[in-house]
Design a protein. Structure first.
Length: 359
């Protein structure tokens, strides 16, 4: 997916590339803008009161964020139908990281009326581990999308929340309410059901998920969970915002990728196999990643992380539904049951955790 993924990851849900929360995201993001108490204890202080009406700016930002997130998933999926682009995952991610850094640099420029944040530089070695995790997260996510159906790719991302909760428990002894933990059981069962039926799909019209796609999907899940937990740790230790952290990560990640690209990518195939159409879609994908970053920031600023969680669930449902429509897959197997279990479980989990946090 996309870099914008930082917001979404911080808040534990991905879509998008930001992260990509890109990508993603988080936008989750994690910059994944959906908030998850498994990575922070400040929900009460960040939550805006229910009596406060949502502004027109919030609805515009939510619409832009949702359309951009859905758009980047389908744009990237279309790009990856080209075999030449399937084998330049690191180069593709480096392009996104570069555009993200340029966007954040512009958004942080002083003396401009739309300045969103103030940069906060960190030493190279301090940010290096997080930059490496970011590379693994985004590259594996995009590889998962290249070799999987859209609905399978997205439903596996739902497992990020239980994975982050488990890592926080093992590494830091952080626990979640028992009721919330119970809501994660149907999430895991639902993903398992979808994985089983999607991998078995043999319908000619359906672009089925390959074993390689399953491997990349769950590898990306592990990388995303580590990145998400580390983001929470860096936020606490460095006392920085998501955009400040991402602005430090992006250029370091690009610098590291310069050495990885010759080893991992088939650049020669890219040079000879990409035309004007693919080139245009690549820039569209990068532009959507920037829109995700901007809109995610506005959502959090206008309505707080709790409302952003609702937007994240809407995006998940939209991507899964549209992926099914585009694939032409029939809903005669157990996949629909798995989706209902997974999405219903994660929505219930969010509701329970937020209710407990308010108490």
């Amino acid at each position: 997916m996309t870099i914008s993924d930082d917001e979404e990851k911080k808040d534990s849900t991905e879509l998008t590339y930001l992260e990509a929360r890109p990508f993603l995201v988080d936008v989750q993001d994690e910059e994944k803008g959906e908030y998850d108490p498994t990575t922070s204890n400040t929900l009460a202080s960040m939550h805006k009161t229910a009596n406060q009406g949502l502004s027109k700016r919030f609805w515009i930002a939510a619409g832009v964020n949702s359309l951009s997130t859905v758009g980047i998933v389908f744009t990237n999926k279309l790009l990856f139908t080209n075999p030449s682009l399937r084998h330049i995952q690191v180069l593709f991610a480096a392009f996104h990281f570069t555009l993200t850094y340029l966007f954040l640099h512009l958004a942080s420029t002083p003396h401009l009326p739309f300045r969103l944040f103030t940069p906060k530089p960190f030493p190279f070695l301090t940010i290096l581990p997080l930059a490496l995790a970011m590379i693994g997260n985004v590259v594996l996510m995009n590889a998962s999308l290249a070799y999987s159906s859209i609905q399978f790719y997205q439903i596996v991302r739902v497992l990020l929340t239980p994975c982050v909760a488990l890592l926080n428990l093992l590494l830091y002894g952080l626990t979640i309410p028992m009721r919330a933990a119970g809501m994660l059981v149907p999430v895991c069962v639902g993903v398992a059901v979808v994985s089983y039926f999607d991998a078995l799909s043999t319908t000619a019209q359906v672009k089925e998920t390959s074993p390689l796609g399953v491997f990349f999907a769950f590898s990306a899940l592990g990388a995303s969970a580590i990145h998400t937990v580390w983001i929470g740790k860096y936020h606490r230790s460095l006392q920085c915002s998501s955009m400040q952290l991402l602005m430090n990560q992006a250029p370091v990640s690009v610098a590291l990728m310069v050495y990885i690209i010759p080893l991992a990518d088939d650049v020669s195939g890219f040079v000879h196999g990409v035309g004007w159409r693919e080139g245009g879609l690549i820039f569209v994908s990068g532009g959507l990643a920037c829109l995700i970053n901007l809109s995610q920031f506005l959502i959090i600023n206008e309505a707080g992380p709790v409302s952003s969680t609702v937007v994240g669930h809407f995006k998940t449902c939209s991507i899964i539904a549209m992926g099914w429509i585009v694939s032409g897959k029939q809903l005669r197997d157990g996949s629909l049951v798995g989706v209902v279990l997974a999405v219903g479980g994660i929505i219930s989990y969010s509701y329970v955790t937020q209710r407990e946090a308010r108490k």
